[in-house]
Write a protein that binds this ligand. Structure first.
Ligand code: NDP
Length: 295
């Protein structure tokens, strides 16, 4: 089978591409840059979807880039890099002579309202109370293709933990230097998933012939993980102390108050439908996940 991945060149995309190729699938990336096994977004709009069995969208401007100021221009880029790429792929699928069998979108647990106590499953309400929740709603709405024979899957991902990118790559240096610690109070829930499980869930959904709808992409132990536990476990995996809390005001100063919510608050998310689908997590446990990553 041949798969087309929007944003497949990124952190999650590289892991997914590797997994799919190991499993004998062919992968084409849709990218802003040309290259081997790639097509551009313009080419996709102009010439339509290359013949393929499934499509995945992973494109999106990095929200937590500390070098970008949280202003209107950046917010528009965050939205359009997700919503417009998703619309472009959805349109290409709708227009295809031979529609692919599956269409998978990765969004985020920002759909659910941050709370220290509430637990959310895929059926919980959300999507309408702040910038991130509304972003996820319009992103997921952009993927809808009414009346399409193509199976649609949305994976709402937590913080993706992996070796060469994402959250951990930004934290490794301070933690190595013994300067790591919880963000703010450290009591906020920390919804997380190992990158091999996120790509594992997407691959499982692609290869299954029947999965459809929303799946939470978080580890089963993630509802019990706080930011403080995460800092402690990362410190332990590195053999470094992780006792220095980063004060909330400093996080707000770097990221801006609205974006800092992502770091200073969190959601307890349960992967209910994901577990019911029969997917077996490789890293349900945080300390094993972190040891694997920093080893
Ligand atoms: P990356 O930051 O690695 O970016 C993925 C790809 O998106 C890039 O390789 C790039 O592809 C494309 N891209 C970046 N900026 C733009 C832009 N302005 N316009 C169009 N395309 C752009 O993302 P991840 O792999 O970490 O995440 C993949 C998806 O999963 C994203 O949508 C993200 O929001 C979501 N997600 C990620 C989480 C995480 O912790 N990493 C958590 C929850 C959700 P190219 O240069 O080839 O065009």
């Amino acid at each position: 089978p041949v798969f087309s991945l929007g944003g497949g060149t990124g952190f999650v995309g590289r892991a997914l591409t590797q997994l799919l190729r190991i499993r004998g699938h062919e992968v084409t990336h849709v990218s802003r840059q040309g290259g081997k096994d790639r097509i551009s977004w313009e080419e996709l709009s102009r010439s339509g979807l290359p013949p393929c069995d499934a499509v995945v969208n992973l494109a999106g401007e990095n929200v937590l880039n500390p070098f970008r100021r949280w202003d209107d221009a950046f917010c528009r880029e965050i939205i359009s890099s997700r919503v417009e790429t998703t619309k472009t792929l959805a349109k290409a699928i709708a227009d295809a002579d031979q529609p692919p069998r599956a269409w998978i979108l990765i969004t985020g647990v920002g759909y659910y309202r941050p709370s220290p106590t509430a637990e959310y499953t895929e059926d919980s309400p959300g999507g309408d109370f702040d910038f991130f929740s509304r972003l996820v709603s319009s992103w997921e709405a952009a993927a809808l293709i009414p009346g399409s024979p193509t199976r649609g899957v949305v994976v709402r991902s937590g913080v993706v933990l992996g070796r060469d990118g994402g959250a951990i790559s930004r934290m490794l240096w301070p933690f190595w230097l013994g300067l790591g610690g919880p963000l703010g109070s450290g009591l906020q829930p920390f919804p997380w998933i190992h990158i091999r499980d996120l790509s594992g869930i997407v691959c499982y959904a692609l290869e299954s012939e029947c999965l459809q709808g929303v799946f939470n992409g978080v580890s089963p132990s993630s509802p019990a993980t706080s930011n403080g536990t995460f800092a402690q476990e990362l410190g332990a995996a590195l053999g470094r102390p992780a006792l220095l809390p980063v004060p909330a005001w400093a996080v707000r100063a770097v990221f801006g108050a609205e974006r800092a919510i992502m770091l200073l608050e969190g959601q307890r998310v349960v992967p209910k439908r994901t577990l019911e689908s029969g997917y077996h997590f490789i890293f349900p446990d945080l300390s094993a996940a972190l040891k694997d990553i920093v080893a």
